[in-house]
Design a protein around this ligand. Structure first.
Ligand SMILES: Cc1cc2nc3c(=O)[nH]c(=O)nc-3n(C[C@H](O)[C@H](O)[C@H](O)COP(=O)(O)OP(=O)(O)OC[C@H]3O[C@@H](n4cnc5c(N)ncnc54)[C@H](O)[C@@H]3O)c2cc1C
Length: 430
């Protein structure tokens, strides 16, 4: 399907496609599904991406990227999503991609030099620590556990499971408990959201901190056992931050503006998830169509069975709508709009469309949808999280519905009869 992407976007997408077809997909087909690739293999893929001139296209050239616009990198992200190895190769992989974007937006020059440039180079990895265990921040991030005190000794609650950051001379002292920090085990630097003003509404009283993973008091408790992620081998860590001291300069962005900085990260990051996952859906359908076109049964190829053709047609149509909506939202972001409602619409719709497409592809390929000779089973495991991360379906529907109900026109119901108020309009004669 062709889209109204710019010439530059198309040129970048062509390079990404070549890299995928000539390097990434052959490697993916060579190796057994579900098995983690080594960091050496990722480094080789990144070297290849550099040779194909399609490495970190979304990052400004001064920090090691290609300086392409958000809208123009969109089809590159889609291409990258066609394999679980594609995004890592082109350095458009979550969570580093979102963290790099945040550092680019909110970091000062020293922070960019210290963390952004090595991240772009692939020399270090990062995590974003926002979600907390069961009684803390989750779908409702306002539930972040905080005691904002200026003096660490007075402010510390003694409970390391509460996430707090308090001023102590020239240092920040962070105490808290996070989980599901993607990359948490591998990360060299963790971006931690902590409460810094207990009297303010959390949206105006939290800040972000850059915490070196080897700082005293950072305890990587475990990689929470989880579905998916095997191929890339990425972790989702539970981390306790206990009396972690970082210098004043490790505040990322402005004091007490952590939520708005996080939102600046999450908005585009939700959309880049949509781009990568729609590429995964497209690949799943490509595999399904190849299988149906070769496999015979009941006197014809399976691709001749109308019930299957119709289901593929529906999946293609839904994917096209998702990809079109993603382009619309990206255009708005490119124009400086936060595009909150369009992004929420894309997130919930694309997640469900992708999950449906992959489920259909698994079904079409029979046992080979379950087997790991094809990447579909890995896709199936990978896609489920998409309906939960960066805001569950219900949270995005809540945002969309709030907007949808904001301009209800009650005049539409004027003709209806209310109890005890007979309708004075003449009947239709029946
Ligand atoms: C693979 C993976 C990677 C992740 N990576 C990170 C990361 O790097 N950093 C980070 O900080 N977090 C990360 N998370 C956490 C993720 O952001 C949260 O899981 C998500 O925000 C939901 O929070 P929760 O798990 O606490 O769900 P809960 O808040 O406990 O909600 C449970 C379920 O209830 C439903 N629900 C919630 N609110 C409503 C509502 N208002 N109305 C109706 N239904 C509702 C939803 O279906 C939701 O899934 C990751 C999670 C996963 C699975």
């Amino acid at each position: 399907m062709d889209y109204a992407d710019s010439d530059r976007a198309q040129e970048l997408a062509d390079r990404a496609h070549e890299l995928m077809e000539e390097v990434v997909l052959p490697l993916e087909r060579e190796r057994a599904g579900g098995m983690a690739v080594s960091s050496g293999t990722i480094a080789d893929l990144r070297e290849a991406a550099r040779e194909y001139d399609i490495y970190a296209p979304q990052i400004a050239a001064e920090y090691g990227g290609m300086g392409e616009s958000f809208r123009d990198v969109l089809p590159v992200f889609e291409e990258a999503g066609r394999s679980l190895l594609g995004a890592a190769a082109m350095r458009v992989d979550a969570p580093d991609e979102g963290n790099m974007h945040l550092l680019e937006l909110a970091g000062d020059e020293v922070q960019k030099e210290t963390y952004l440039e090595p991240l772009v180079e692939g020399e270090i990895a990062s995590g974003f620590s926002m979600t907390e265990p069961l009684d803390g921040a989750g779908s409702d991030p306002k539930m972040i556990r905080t005691t904002a005190e200026k003096n660490a000794a007075e402010g510390a609650s003694g409970d390391p499971r509460e996430t707090t950051a308090s001023r102590d001379g020239d240092e920040w002292v962070i105490d808290g408990h996070k989980w599901w920090t993607s990359n948490g085990v591998e990360a060299d630097v963790l971006i931690v959201l902590a409460r810094t003003d207990p009297d303010a509404h959390p949206y105006e009283g939290c800040s972000l901190f850059l915490v070196p993973a080897d700082a005293d008091g950072v305890d990587i408790v475990r990689d929470v056992p989880h579905m998916g992620g095997g191929t890339r081998g990425a972790s989702h860590a539970e981390i306790v931050y206990e009396n972690v001291r970082v210098p004043e300069e490790h505040l990322l962005g402005n004091l007490n503006e952590g939520f708005s900085h996080a939102q600046a990260r999450l908005g585009p990051a939700r959309l880049t998830h949509c781009m990568r996952f729609s590429g995964m859906a497209q690949r799943a359908l490509e595999i399904a169509k190849a299988y149906l076109s070769e496999r015979e049964g009941f006197g014809s190829t399976l691709s001749d069975k109308q019930s299957l053709r119709h289901r593929i047609a529906d999946a293609e149509a839904r994917l096209h709508v998702a990809r079109t909506a993603i382009r619309d939202a990206a255009d708005r972001i490119e124009d400086g709009d936060e595009a909150r409602i369009p992004v929420s619409m894309c997130k919930v719709f694309t997640a469900n469309v992708t999950q449906g497409a992959i489920d259909l592809a698994v079904q079409c390929c029979g046992a080979n949808g379950i087997g790991k000779d094809l990447p579909l089973a890995d896709f199936y495991e990978a896609v489920r999280k998409f309906r939960i991360i960066d805001g569950a379906d219900e949270v995005h529907r809540r945002i969309i519905a709030r907007d949808a109900f904001a301009d209800v026109n009650r005049e539409e119901l004027e003709p209806l009869t209310r109890f005890g108020e007979p309708n004075t309009r003449r009947g239709s004669g029946h």
